[in-house]
Design a protein around this ligand. Structure first.
Ligand code: NDP
Ligand SMILES: O=C1O[C@H](COP(=O)(O)O)[C@@H](O)[C@H](O)[C@H]1O
Length: 516
């Protein structure tokens, strides 16, 4: 291998058969009906249908078994729905390769129009599903029905009632009925608990899949492997060695077209209370007894329950200039489009380590990463401490990567130190491997009945318990959002808070994702 070349991963994966058997549930056969409620909407066209198409294209959804139903109020035909989503399923580059699969997939889609609280609409939906099941000659009761609620949470209760009353799998001879619900699941502790009780009265917990698509991202799923399958990290992953942890989400665009929704929720409910908090759980949790979903979720709940109340002085909120120009946003809105908040986990492993969660819209860049900063080396014989600390960075997106910032000897005759990195960039290392979309994996999990990467009811409750007091104070206008320029790093006060929390920036160092 010449200098400057990358080693490309070509080894076949050493599959651990007992692991595969134990943790990959057996796939079932029989008719599978996937019903997308809110099929006319944004999420359905951008995420749900494309994920279903990719699963179909890769052979995970068999045309002999599967049928897809769209349901919404809009009065459109099957063909109109197909036309609406077609452009999101393939792009110009792969259209010819996927052409045959695309037309087969689109034929599997049927649309039923009806209100979200009408018996009549859901009876028609049930009839359409039953016809499909009969056409697939499924023995009674072995049919599988997956309801995906790509809808605003305000309609979850009536829709769940209608599904339960008219559309569930009719027999207990086998098969199942499952429902997938999107975030935001509630607006605070009380409303989330109310929603949980309403849905919980209709469906058992193993039937409910609360989706958080960050749990489907490749490097988020890698987190437990990294922590618990590598001896290297075991002794380091604690308060003795780690100075602070940052979990950061930034987008370089604003709330375009979603101002009305966003103003009601704000960045904490949209990103921090769910996506970033889920990532925090995986960084901070103890080793689960096994990889069984309940064992993993038990450990996540313990982390959330160990978080102490957030202090006002450890929060900075921001709102980008121009946010209120959106006609659906009130002129006096205090809704944060940016927030930095420090969480503290009061347990043996993490006492004293700030977990800094930061999220913002209309910022200078688009990325999400986890940044674990280590403490200084005691006894600085090289006098290199001010060059920067060891930092382990997990880049969730874009350009998935893990890199470790290290101090090394500057190559040459002099004994000088310099900051460098050990770099595992996925694009180089795993050339030709396509990383699945989060929604693809998660929808496949719902079909396989694997709840590991979904949020359990007690987990959700514990998550809302952390943020509800702060959210109520923001809603009342008691904690103010500071204006910041679009395309900036957010309010300067947020960087000051980071500094106060002990984060040391490595000046003059920037990681540039390697290119092929
Ligand atoms: N869009 C995104 O990128 C993401 C969305 N989500 C979540 O997914 C869910 C769906 O999101 P999205 O597709 O953007 O939502 P939309 O606003 O596009 O709504 C989806 C569909 O629901 C129906 N609908 C809209 N408003 C109402 C209402 N007030 N009452 C009854 N029905 C209504 C409409 O269908 P019709 O009028 O035809 O019945 C619409 O096509 C939400 O919970 C959202 O928070 C989560 C992550 C990302
Ligand atoms: O849930 C949401 O996530 C998206 C960002 O998702 P990503 O996978 O592109 O990082 C965000 O834009 C949206 O506001 C939020 O509702």
């Amino acid at each position: 291998m010449g200098s400057g070349q990358w080693h490309v991963e070509k080894r076949s994966t050493l599959k651990n058969d007992s692991f595969v058997k134990e943790y990959n549930p057996v796939s079932e056969t029989g008719s599978l009906s996937i019903i997308v409620l809110g099929a006319s909407g944004d999420l359905a066209k951008k995420k749900t249908f494309p994920a279903l198409f990719n699963l179909f294209h890769q052979g995970f959804l068999s045309p002999d078994e599967v049928h897809i139903f769209g349901y919404a109020r809009s009065k459109i035909t099957d063909e109109e729905l197909r036309d609406k989503i077609r452009g999101y399923l393939v792009d110009e580059k792969n259209a010819s390769v996927k052409y045959e699969a695309l037309s087969m997939f689109l034929k599997l889609i049927k649309y039923v129009s009806g209100p979200y609280d009408s018996e009549e609409g859901f009876k028609r939906l049930d009839k359409a599903i039953s016809e499909h099941e009969i056409s697939k000659k499924t023995s009674e009761g072995s049919s599988r029905r997956l309801f995906y609620l790509a809808l605003p949470p305000s309609v979850y209760p009536p829709v769940s009632k209608m599904i339960k009353a008219w559309c569930t799998n009719k027999s207990d001879l086998g098969g199942w009925t499952r429902i997938v619900v999107e975030k935001p699941f509630g607006k605070d502790l009380e409303s989330a608990e109310q929603l949980s009780s309403q849905i919980g009265a209709l469906f058992e917990e193993p039937q409910i899949y609360r989706i958080d698509h960050y749990l489907g991202k490749e490097l988020v799923q890698n987190m437990l492997v990294l922590r618990f399958a590598n001896r290297l990290f075991l002794p380091l992953w604690n308060r003795d060695n780690i100075a602070n942890v940052q979990i950061v989400f930034r987008e370089d665009f604003g709330t375009e077209g979603r101002g009305g929704y966003f103003d009601e929720y704000g960045i904490i409910r949209d990103i921090i209370q769910n996506h970033l908090l889920q990532v925090l759980c995986l960084v901070a949790m103890e080793k689960p007894v096994s990889l069984k979903p309940e064992h993993i979720r038990d450990e996540k709940v313990k982390v959330l329950q160990s978080v102490i109340p957030i202090k006002d002085e450890e929060v900075v909120l921001g709102q980008y200039e121009g946010y209120r120009d959106d006609p659906t946003v009130p002129n006096d809105s205090n809704t944060p489009t940016f927030a930095t908040t420090i969480l503290r986990i009061d347990n043996e492993r993490w006492e004293g380590v700030p977990f800094i969660l930061k999220a913002g819209k209309a910022m200078s860049s688009k990325k999400a990463d986890i940044r674990i900063q280590f403490k200084d080396v005691p006894g600085d014989i090289f006098k290199c401490q001010n060059q920067g600390r060891n930092e382990f960075v997990i880049r969730l997106q874009p350009s998935e990567a893990m890199y470790m910032k290290l101090t090394v000897k500057q190559p040459g005759l002099e004994m000088q130190t310099v900051q460098s990195e050990l770099d595992l960039s996925y694009m180089q290392r795993y050339q030709g491997v396509s990383i699945p979309e989060a929604y693809e994996r998660l929808i496949l999990d719902t079909i396989r009945g694997d709840q590991q990467h979904f949020v359990r009811r007690d987990e959700l409750k514990a998550a809302w318990e952390i943020f509800t007091p702060l959210l109520h104070r923001i809603d009342k206008g008691e904690v103010k959002s500071i204006p910041y320029k679009q395309g900036s790093r957010g309010p300067a006060e947020a960087d000051q808070l980071l500094k106060k929390a002990g984060y040391m920036q490595t000046h003059g160092y920037i990681w540039i994702p390697p290119t092929l």
